[in-house]
Design a protein around this ligand. Sequence first.
Ligand code: SF4
Ligand code: F3S
Ligand code: FES
Length: 246
Amino acid sequence: MATVTIKIKRQNPEISGKDKPYWEEFTLKDVDPTDRLLEMLHRIKWEQDGTLTLRRSCAHGVCGSDAMRINGVNALACKVLMQDVGETIMVEPILGLPIVKDLVVDMEPFFDHYKAVMPFFVNDDPVPENGRERLQSIEDRESFDDTTKCILCACCTTSCPSFWANGKYVGPAAIVQAHRFIFDTRDKASQERMDALAEPNGVWRCRTIYNCTPACPRDIQVTKAIGEVKLAIRRGSPTGIIKAIG
Ligand code: SF4
Ligand code: F3S
Ligand code: FES
């Protein structure tokens, strides 16, 4: 059991005097190495300061709602063990999105980018003869398997310097979502998605900085997926690209 110090970057734009970011320090005793950071933030809120504001839902790395910057690196607080972050921990909101309060940011701009890539299956062909399924080979299904794992946590997009510099950049999360459908051989809207991403604030704003890939809590190969989308746009088609890259 250890005593830890958690420094939290706080802000409440609605209250004068707290409308600028400031750091507040909390001390917690009896912290177990296998406690998770999210539990510690709960302890602060429930035992010391009920005004501390954060977002979370599942507490099991599934919903993606508790992304935050922990010791300078984006992660989900529910997946971070105390033994991995030391005894003095800095916790900040993710960068590049407007602050609502403390660790809660406005996710609307993030979801606007998500919507822009048509993140849904499009196929208006008649229902196949089997009456239920649009069949696909195992190999074709594997070509977008990695990008189906995205939970829209925004850890990638809000760790991208290109996004920090220009919030209009669609960002890696939206490109990952587009990849999931562009490389699905059953889908019929790949060209529309590639056209949307060929715009000035689309994929070409990615400078291959690679912050996004290590930030992903689902271990998605984000930069690789972006590269595959870039190549598909260059060639005018996603066909054959995954097989060619391997
Ligand atoms: Fe989160 Fe990874 Fe999806 Fe980015 S690609 S939103 S980091 S799950
Ligand atoms: Fe940004 Fe990732 Fe590209 S960090 S610049 S989206 S490789
Ligand atoms: Fe759902 Fe952490 S609370 S992913």
